[in-house]
Design a protein around this ligand. Structure first.
Ligand SMILES: [Zn+2]
Ligand SMILES: [Zn+2]
Length: 243
């Protein structure tokens, strides 16, 4: 019992530290590139940090329980021997995880834009106007819970090498932060090119925060395009910084 609680606690601390470091890094880059931009949003930033740290526990506890079960009882389909499965499965498993996470996010996100769930939960995330790098995990606990169960559930269903899982979590963290920071990190040729038609970066998610009823996806524009909710790329409120 003690090791289970220790694992849940440790994972909460890891998620919180990861949030502070990555959001802090990109908020710092934002402040350097656009001096003064965050200064006017100080109150909002503190609110974003508060909600995000609460979300860290909601993400950390299920992840900690699953990590404990994996280490102690061999739960999950996470594997450590890279040759236990064909090597091509490494990149494919990363893609499968991202696609499944994206599908879950798209449909739960659309549901959260219905009047009642929006009022009760999702309004917290949309209180960030414009969002900042600190809004990466700024969710009401109900929304945080809907996001927190995805990866812990998938590791029971879809086999994944531990390093590939690390890659999925890395991409999740990077995109969660950069999609909210109010400027485009990725080069113009990518964002406005052919790949950008299918990938979601800050230019796409910014428009969701401006218009609400479009651009619901997380990593890919596939569902938005299929369901007619894709409104294209947005403009940032201040001078766009695309290169
Ligand atoms: Zn958002
Ligand atoms: Zn939304």
């Amino acid at each position: 019992m003690f090791t289970l609680l220790a694992s849940a606690f440790a994972m909460t601390v890891i998620v919180a530290v990861r949030y502070v470091l990555t959001s802090g890094l990109f908020a710092g880059l934002t402040a350097r590139r656009f001096p003064g931009r965050l200064a006017g949003l100080r109150q909002q930033v503190w609110r974003e940090i508060g909600w995000s740290l609460a979300s860290a526990a909601i993400y950390g506890v299920p992840a900690g329980i699953v990590a404990w079960g994996w280490q102690r009882h061999g739960w999950t389909r996470i594997y450590e021997d890279v040759h236990a499965r064909p090597l091509w499965w490494l990149p494919v498993s990363v893609l499968v995880y991202l696609l499944l996470h994206d599908a879950w996010f798209y449909w739960t996100h659309r549901w959260m834009h219905r009047p009642r769930p929006f009022r009760i939960a999702h309004a917290v995330h949309h209180a960030s106007r414009p969002p900042t790098a600190w809004a990466a995990m700024s969710f009401h606990p109900i929304e945080a819970l809907s996001g927190a169960v995805v990866i812990p559930a998938l590791v029971f269903i879809v086999p994944i090498h531990v390093a590939a899982l690390g890659m999925v979590l890395g991409i999740m963290t990077l995109m969660g932060v950069t999609n909210h920071m109010g400027w485009e990190l990725f080069p113009r040729w990518l964002v406005e090119g052919r790949a950008g038609c299918w990938l979601i970066t800050a230019s796409h998610h910014e428009l969701h925060h401006q218009r609400y009823r479009c651009n619901y996806g997380l990593y890919f524009r596939f569902w938005d395009r299929l369901c007619g909710t894709d409104a294209g790329l947005g403009q940032f409120r201040e001078a766009p910084a695309r290169r």
